[in-house]
Design a protein around this ligand. Structure first.
Ligand code: SF4
Ligand code: SF4
Length: 723
């Protein structure tokens, strides 16, 4: 049971003239329906997960419209779906997180862009770049350029975003080219409103079937010799058609200003930050009115030469505000201006100075603070008559606040990396690995993408490399033969189905590898919002206790592994730390050749709590007896050495001052967020720590027997205690 999107689904049904309120990414979903999209697919990942999550949950409404929705097993299968638009006049959209997802999808994207499309094809990617990002920092722009895919980067404004979805399909059809809509984190999460249009049932769909398949046309195949012609079409026909459409439909926005001697060209997605920076300098107001002319590029690739030369004409200098490296847009503009200046009548363009990464940072997020800095350098050089002293004062205020905070702390602010949720089933596995390493020494660990990558942070600090989603076992292949001790690869069930089985397990089997693979089977792709997998549990009312895992689907991972010839296969419940440690030790030391796989089974705690909360509420409402488990630490017994905290890392396990005046150090303490997973007790037992943990059962709606026992217990305790 995933997060419910009932309100969001209702907003997808808004009709013409009604006002849509919400998040940028959901405006995209609504606009897809207004565009008559026939099919939607994708692979979840921040910041675009909700686009698909909402559509998957709105399946009934999608069926009503005839929109086919597919939750793909990875980005490559999502990209390949767009193949439907090569031969048919059907609009399709797919979505994923970039740059990582685009890398996975790029094989299909390359062939798709070569063949070209008849129906509009839109790739909605979440550009996971900047301080809130969770992936390696690269630009999707490079992929767009190398494959000749047009790229939109909408201004973070819901009306602009929704309009660009619809125009994106038209651009795709006008130029027979797939279009990438690049959504930055801030664009996805910006809130606002726009006037909705009516949803359009697609012309070709599951409700409106085509009688015949497309006729055979070799030119639609991305296969030689057709590919040679396709490359010429890209530059000779599709590119000019795209530029014509972009210019005629004014996809890029010009904001005129009074200071016509200078100008700014920015990526559309940076427009809000740019305005904020200009406001801090006293050059713009809260409503977006700005003294400096701005060309906001809602289409960052391709640029339209005439738009650039017209904007730069008569200006002393133009600043390009372009986030990320290298400076593709700046280079593109420099080339366009240089070429244009050779044309008769346009020689004056040679006098327009182009500034960009020389006054702004080359790499990293363009926050308002970064842009203020760059603008001050640019304006001081090219518009010295403007008073920008407000920027200097603002910087001084910010710096003073930082200095004061450091003084008060007496030390730099400690980093606060993300951590496993309270009661996460994966935490015990890493506690077990630490215990095993204590006995047999350190092992090379290939980590992977997923919640389990939190183990690379303290208190575990485990993992030597991360090379992509589901790539841990593959990335151990070169390391394993060089090391005396067996290496360990860790991946989640999400990673296993995404890529890990083929890239890791199959390759290992082919080459006779001897590694240890640990698969975290928590039942979902938890890190991306707990979307379902092939092997997700289907029984929503499964186990309410922690004694057994509720992940009891048809064990597809195990069957798949057996089918691939894996002989050494163990399934261990994650919270049994001692069992897990024993199994790991065996895997590292057994003489049995071949891949050794441990399936670490334990349902994602976040999802479990979401699943059991309504069940518990129902039970309580009906007066049924409900027992919850909590753990605690006995202050008197706790020795205060904090080994349990170093082996667990659970946020519920914290410190508090001891009531015993002889204990100087604070003792361990379990706070109210404990979900009673039992790891504390397991760790204390497996690591032979002090016996200070106790387990308590919190009972609601006790029955008569419970009341009798409670009275008896309190009587005996009262009798034993001195008056
Ligand atoms: S989302 Fe689930 S798997 Fe991920 S850290 Fe939280 S409990 Fe663990
Ligand atoms: S039992 Fe221990 S590890 Fe589990 S949630 Fe409670 S404090 Fe955290």
């Amino acid at each position: 049971m995933e997060r419910q999107f009932n309100a969001e689904i209702e907003s997808l049904k808004l009709g013409a003239g009604e006002t849509f309120h919400g998040e940028g990414i959901l405006a995209v979903t609504k606009a897809l329906l207004q565009s008559g999209v026939s099919y939607v697919g994708g692979y979840q990942g921040a910041p675009v997960s909700h686009l698909l999550d909402v559509m998957v949950q709105a399946r009934d409404y999608m069926n009503e419209l005839g929109v086919h929705v597919e939750a793909c097993t990875n980005e490559a299968s999502a990209a390949a779906m767009l193949g439907a638009s090569i031969n048919y006049p059907a609009r399709g959209a797919v979505t994923w997180k970039s740059i990582v997802g685009t890398n996975v999808a790029s094989d299909a994207l390359t062939y798709l862009s070569s063949a070209g499309v008849q129906g509009g094809a839109l790739v909605v990617v979440g550009e996971d770049y900047g301080e809130g990002a969770s992936v390696a920092q690269e630009r999707t722009h490079a992929v767009a350029m190398k494959s000749s895919l047009w790229m939109l980067d909408p201004r973070p404004n819901l009306a602009t975003i929704a309009n660009l979805v619809e125009r994106g399909f038209e651009l795709s059809e006008a130029s027979n080219t797939p279009v990438i809509m690049d959504l930055r984190i801030r664009t996805c999460h910006v809130h606002g409103s726009f006037v909705a249009g009516a949803n359009r049932a697609p012309a070709v769909s599951a409700r409106n079937l085509l009688a015949d398949p497309a006729a055979f046309n070799y030119d639609h195949l991305a296969h030689p010799p057709a590919t040679f012609r396709q490359e010429k079409l890209k530059m000779g026909v599709r590119l000019p058609a795209a530029r014509k459409y972009i210019r005629e439909h004014k996809l890029n926005e010009l904001f005129a200003g009074t200071e016509t001697g200078v100008g700014i060209v920015c990526q559309g997605g940076l427009h809000n930050n740019l305005l904020r920076a200009l406001k801090l300098l006293g050059l713009a107001d809260d409503f977006g009115d700005c003294r400096i002319p701005i060309l906001a590029l809602n289409v960052v690739y391709p640029l339209v030469p005439e738009e650039i030369t017209e904007f730069c004409s008569g200006k002393v200098a133009v600043l390009v505000v372009e986030e990320g490296q290298p400076e593709f847009i700046e280079q593109d503009i420099a080339t366009l201006l240089r070429r244009a200046a050779e044309e008769p009548g346009l020689e004056h363009l040679a006098r327009t100075q182009l500034r960009g990464k020389d006054v702004l940072i080359m790499a990293g997020e363009y926050t308002a603070e970064v842009i203020v800095h760059g603008l001050m350098r640019f304006l001081a050089a090219h518009a010295p008559h403007l008073d920008i002293s407000a920027g200097t004062r603002w910087h001084e205020t910010v710096d003073a606040a930082r200095t004061r905070a450091a003084e008060l702390l007496g030390a730099p602010l400690p980093p606060r990396p993300p951590n496993f949720c309270v009661g996460c089933p994966e935490r015990p596995v890493f506690a077990a690995i630490k215990l095993v390493e204590r006995d047999i020494g350190k092992r090379h660990i290939s980590a992977d993408i997923g919640c389990h990558s939190f183990a690379t942070f303290a208190p575990f600090s485990l993992g030597n490399s991360i090379l992509g989603y589901g790539m841990s076992l593959a990335s151990a292949a070169g390391v394993a033969p060089m090391l005396a001790g067996r290496s360990l690869a860790i991946m989640g069930d999400g990673g296993f189905w995404h890529n890990g089985f083929l890239s890791g397990v199959a390759s290992n089997q082919l080459n006779g590898g001897d590694a240890v693979l640990l698969i975290m089977k928590n039942g979902y792709t938890s890190a991306t919002g707990t979307q379902e997998l092939v092997s997700s549990p289907q029984d929503e009312s499964a186990e309410l206790t922690q004694e057994k895992s509720a992940v009891r689907a048809d064990r597809t991972i195990e069957n798949t592994l057996r089918g691939a010839g894996v002989k050494w296969l163990r399934n261990v419940y994650t919270y049994r730390v001692a069992d897990m440690a024993k199994t790991l030790r065996e895997a590292f030391t057994t003489d049995e050749p071949g891949l050794k796989v441990i399936v670490a089974e334990g349902e994602c705690q976040l999802e479990r709590q979401r699943r059991i909360r309504p069940i518990l509420a129902r039970l309580l409402g009906s007066g049924a007896r409900v027992v919850r488990t909590r753990f605690g630490v006995d202050d008197d017994t706790c020795s205060g050495d904090h080994s349990c905290i170093r082996l667990s890392g659970c946020p519920s396990l914290t410190l508090h001052a001891s009531a015993d005046p002889l204990k100087v150090d604070p003792v361990a303490h379990v706070n109210h967020s404990c979900v009673g997973c039992g790891l504390c007790g397991e760790v204390a037992h497996a690591a032979i720590l002090c016996p200070s943990f106790y387990r308590a059962e919190i009972m609601q709606n006790p029955n008569a027997w419970d009341r009798v026992i409670a009275r008896l217990r309190s009587g005996i305790i009262g009798w034993l205690q001195p008056a």
